[in-house]
Design a protein around this ligand. Structure first.
Ligand SMILES: Nc1ncnc2c1ncn2[C@@H]1O[C@H](COP(=O)(O)OP(=O)(O)OP(=O)(O)O)[C@@H](O)[C@H]1O
Ligand SMILES: O=C(CO)[C@H](O)[C@H](O)COP(=O)(O)O
Length: 310
């Protein structure tokens, strides 16, 4: 019997994990996808963390052993009794019984922190927006949805920085794809659908053959670029897509992904996947981001590829 395909999405708080997860789940069909947020494995609630003086990013603040056990169970298709942490109240709620669907997306802060956990994934993604952009996103999200004031969020970010450096950012090295959405010309006012994306593609999984775009015209290459680089000392391919790329340009790239994967053909039809690349803007309006759509499509490609391998 086939086992679930597991995607890991790791990154610091407000790096965009949930936003990315939503689009991928939509493409794969929500009924086929189980989403697990590893915030549920926190050891202490909000009040206890403040009393102890520990941040949610510290491994000691999380039941990583239980998270790891659950990942191993999900990988072989077994159910888990998952704890539940509520960001609304900052407290724990009763655990829930979860039987994995065909695809499992595990998103959170410390998903790649142990070897056993890392071995559970078929595809590993790390989200790394510029720190300034992440801070903007965190302030907006935590003040609107988690009951914090702006001052509290900024103070928390400062307090967390040593743990971010020590425990979160090193996990980048274990990912197959590093994703960085970034504003053009470092303009932080562009924190919406016009963000560019930089995709670091490690040779740890087989990516679509993007080299075909190298021969395309100058106009195309000004909005979509492919090159070689090093990331954490290792050679990588880098694909960049600008927020101002046209639908026609993005379609060419999507075609490369979709033609390589028969199951993706209907997914590549925009009309049947209206959620692809959708993100809430600063005033709650819905924005269409082609760089986000393309990123979601590429990850979906890898998940479907993994189903063929296993
Ligand atoms: N690609 C994107 N384009 C525009 N805005 C984005 C994007 N990704 C995230 N955001 C913004 O950043 C906010 C935080 O993103 P999200 O909730 O996805 O982060 P997260 O990594 O899941 O956070 P946490 O781990 O703290 O739960 C979102 O509410 C959204 O406003
Ligand atoms: O870094 C985070 C990931 O979402 C949260 O801040 C952490 O999970 C604690 O949650 P809260 O701030 O809602 O108590």
């Amino acid at each position: 019997m086939s086992r679930p395909i597991i995607l890991g999405i790791v990154g610091d708080s407000a790096a965009g994990k949930t936003t990315l997860t939503k689009g991928i789940a939509q493409v794969l069909g929500p009924e086929n996808v189980t989403v697990i947020c590893t915030d549920d494995y926190h050891r202490y609630d909000r009040k206890q963390r403040a009393e102890i003086g520990i941040t949610a990013l510290h491994p000691d603040c999380n039941h990583l052993d239980i998270m790891q056990q659950h990942l191993s169970l999900l990988r072989i298709g077994q159910p888990i009794l998952k704890p539940v942490y509520s960001h609304k109240t900052g407290t724990f709620e009763p655990p829930v019984y979860i039987k994995p669907n065909k695809f499992v997306i595990v998103e959170g802060l410390l998903g790649y922190s142990t070897r056993t956990a890392r071995d559970s994934y078929d595809v590993k993604v790390y989200l790394a927006p510029p720190e300034e952009l992440r801070a903007t996103w965190k302030v907006k999200r935590d003040t609107q949805k988690r009951g914090y004031t702006e001052e509290q969020v900024l103070a928390e970010l400062e307090k967390r920085e040593p743990d971010s450096e020590q425990f979160i950012r090193p996990q980048r090295q274990w990912s197959d794809i590093v994703i960085s959405f970034y504003p053009p010309n470092d303009d932080l006012n562009q924190v919406n659908g016009h963000l560019n994306v930089r995709l670091v593609l490690r040779p740890t999984i087989p990516h679509p053959n993007f080299t075909q775009i190298l021969g395309l015209d100058q106009n195309f290459m000004s909005a979509i670029r492919l090159g070689l680089d090093r990331d954490m000392g290792k050679p990588v391919d880098v694909l960049e897509v600008d927020g101002h790329a046209t639908l026609e340009q993005v379609n060419k790239l999507e075609h490369l992904i979709c033609s390589d994967m028969p199951h993706l053909r209907n997914i590549c039809d925009r009309d049947s996947n209206p959620e692809l690349g959708k993100v809430a803007g600063t005033t709650g309006e819905t924005i269409q981001s082609y760089p986000l759509a393309l990123t979601q499509l590429l990850i979906t490609y890898h998940m479907l590829k993994a189903t063929q391998i296993h």
